[in-house]
Design a protein around this ligand. Structure first.
Ligand code: SF4
Ligand code: SF4
Length: 356
């Protein structure tokens, strides 16, 4: 289906024969933002998109990106009707700082003038920006902790953004389940922004339309993994068809069951999964001795991934112990990913080579 007619039932817009998706291993993400930069340079360097980060990585615990998105609502009511949440502001999505480059580099002021951001929203000193609270984290001293949480659109199987749009601008591509937003049909009323509980849709004030992650669909059509996944130097990511039983992605999600969606209680059936962090940093006891306990409280992870995270963490720790004791562990082998291309399987083509 290229386009469903305007007024088509939402079931038709959600219909897809295959679904692509991701796993992101939170134990390996180092917060380098290579994924963010890869996405930004490909997709959001146009006028009106400067503030957008379709791919973003924030420190958890923290306000996240967009700021406080978990408190903004959206998603579904108990009867499964899309519920409008808050609209994100330009500040929430990171502002678009202006810098005094000309003054610093060419103004002839020597060391007297330094690089300084100015908010594009207020023209004053910024009060919030992308990764404003980077590496602050949580926990009580000496058991402080944090981890990085990379996020993008989850290309949900039951996407409230799509259901909320009265112009049928959003639809799932039949061949791969990627949720795209037709710019011709969008009238900029941002019902989709309100409806998405992950706040993964952004408003372009120049075109006055909404925009979102397209999962690099032009690359995907040529067997090339999305830029954020392919460029990750930490080998945190896997990408592919979620129904392919021979893929590492499938084995980790469906066979070993160690990958979980973020906020499953939103009820949107996301197609990006996470390997939860399983505590490599040991906590200190009150007497200052080092314990075998991790620093991240179970409630923190349950809040993010639901109650299934408890057995998943236990399974991951058991698999790690097997490896430490010289026994085989397919889970650990899959997570280590010695062969980079196994992570992308059908999407291992080189973006620099012409498609044949
Ligand atoms: S994450 Fe948000 S924008 Fe993406 S498909 Fe789900 S509801 Fe829609
Ligand atoms: S590129 Fe990989 S390691 Fe770096 S921030 Fe993104 S997911 Fe994490």
């Amino acid at each position: 289906m290229a386009f469903a007619p305007r007024g088509a039932p939402k079931e038709e817009l959600l219909r897809h024969t295959r679904q692509v998706g991701n796993i992101i291993d939170l134990n390996k993400c180092m917060g380098c933002q290579t994924c963010t930069a890869a996405c930004k340079s490909l997709w959001t360097s146009r006028e009106g998109t400067e503030h957008m980060r379709w791919m973003n990585v924030s420190t958890y615990p923290g306000a996240g990106y967009p700021r406080d998105y978990e408190k903004m609502g959206g998603g579904y009511a108990p009867d499964k009707t899309p519920t409008p949440g808050k609209l994100t502001t330009l500040t929430d999505v990171g502002d678009n700082f202006k810098f005094n480059h000309a003054d610093v580099y060419y103004g002839g002021h020597g060391q007297k003038v330094h690089l300084k951001p100015t908010s594009a929203v207020t023209g004053e000193d910024p009060v919030w920006g992308y990764n404003w609270d980077e590496d602050e984290g949580g926990g009580d001293w000496p058991n402080g902790y944090y981890f990085y949480l990379p996020r993008k659109c989850y290309h949900c199987a039951d996407a409230p953004c799509l259901k909320a749009c009265t112009h049928n601008a959003l639809y799932k591509r039949e061949q791969d389940g990627i949720v795209v937003l037709d710019q011709e049909r969008c009238n900029g009323d941002r019902l989709c922004v309100e409806a998405c509980p992950y706040k993964a849709i952004y408003y372009n004030p120049v075109s006055q339309k909404s925009e979102k992650c397209v999962m690099c669909c032009p690359r995907v059509e040529q067997g090339i993994a999305p830029a954020c996944d392919r460029q990750c130097p930490g080998r945190t990511r896997l990408f592919g068809y979620l129904d392919d039983p021979d893929s590492d992605l499938y084995k980790l999600i469906h066979v070993h069951k160690v990958a979980l969606p973020l906020h499953p209680e939103y009820g949107t059936e996301p197609n990006v999964f996470y390997i939860p962090p399983f505590d490599t940093t040991h906590a200190f006891a009150e007497d200052g001795s080092i314990t075998d306990e991790g620093r991240i409280e179970a409630e923190v992870l349950i809040n993010l991934f639901g109650p299934d995270v408890v057995p998943v963490i236990a399974r991951l720790k058991a698999e790690r112990s097997k490896r430490q004791n010289g026994k085989p562990s397919e889970v650990m082998d899959l997570l280590i990913g010695r062969n980079f291309w196994d992570r992308f399987k059908d999407f291992s083509n080189d973006p620099l080579q012409e498609a044949v």
